[in-house]
Design a protein around this ligand. Structure first.
Ligand code: GLN
Length: 245
């Protein structure tokens, strides 16, 4: 990369937010960079660790149980202002399920406990009695093209969007709430989704889109060399055939 640039990846709360192999999202991002000779550096940030989000290129927040979300809400709150600045400056963020919920206004558990969110994005989440679980197919606009993304969801929380765009349209499964056909949320370079899977290893087009956005933000060329994605593509097609028949 020009000038020895290194893409800095922040994995926030890797010990607490790591449901259903969500760490695989970081691995996929890292590997697809490395296979193209793009140097990366992974910063694993746990409760209380120092980090400056404004210096980061990609931030990942995984899913966690209600208990774990409650544990980190106070720590996250201290980072609110800086994270908000970074987001508005175009930091590329992927937040899954519990991590997604924490970026919104609040998450109300089934027992009625309210876990405050950062309020950086305009949505709220309330747990419903029925868990929304299963495989999902979503249509997502990536670089002006409609791409079908697959994954697995398992959440009690039902998210309702305010003044914010969804990540995509549910083709099969529940998505944000099982009612309005939306999945995830999208603001600037922030991508929120309920899809575990993990999401990025299963959906290389989306991974490359995130890498390209991170490179663009640094003013670097983002013409990514194609990789051999035959396995991922074939697996995605099998999943789509089952879900959409
Ligand atoms: N605790 C949240 C819910 O059940 C998030 C779960 C998750 O991250 N999979 O809605």
């Amino acid at each position: 990369m020009p000038g020895g640039t290194v893409l800095k990846i922040c994995h926030l709360y890797p010990d607490l937010l790591n449901l259903y192999g969500d760490r695989g999202n970081v691995l996929a991002f890292v590997r697809r960079c490395q296979w193209r000779g793009i140097a990366v550096e992974v910063h694993r940030i746990n409760l209380g660790d120092a980090v400056d989000f404004r210096e980061m290129d990609f931030l990942f927040l995984g899913g966690g149980s209600d208990r774990e979300q409650g544990l980190m809400a106070a720590d996250l709150e201290k980072r609110r202002e800086q994270l908000g600045e970074a987001v508005e400056d175009g930091l590329v963020v992927l937040a899954i399920c519990g991590g997604y919920q924490l970026l919104g206004r609040y998450y109300r558990t089934l027992e009625g406990r309210v876990i405050p969110g950062l309020g950086l994005l305009d949505f709220y989440t309330e747990a419903g009695r029925k868990r929304l679980t299963g495989n999902v197919a979503v249509e997502v606009a990536i670089g002006g093209e409609k791409v079908r993304v697959t994954g697995f969801e398992n959440h009690a929380g039902q998210t309702f969007l305010g003044q914010i765009a969804p990540l995509g349209r549910v083709l099969a499964g529940y998505g944000n709430n099982g009612r309005d056909g939306t999945e995830g949320a999208r603001h600037k370079n922030v991508f929120c989704s309920y899809l575990h899977g993990p999401l990025l290893p299963k959906n290389p087009r989306l991974t490359d889109h995130l890498i390209a956005l991170a490179l663009n933000r640094r003013g670097l060329p983002a013409d990514l060399a194609p990789l051999d994605d035959r396995l991922e593509t074939a697996a995605g097609e099998v999943m789509l055939r089952r879900l959409l028949r």
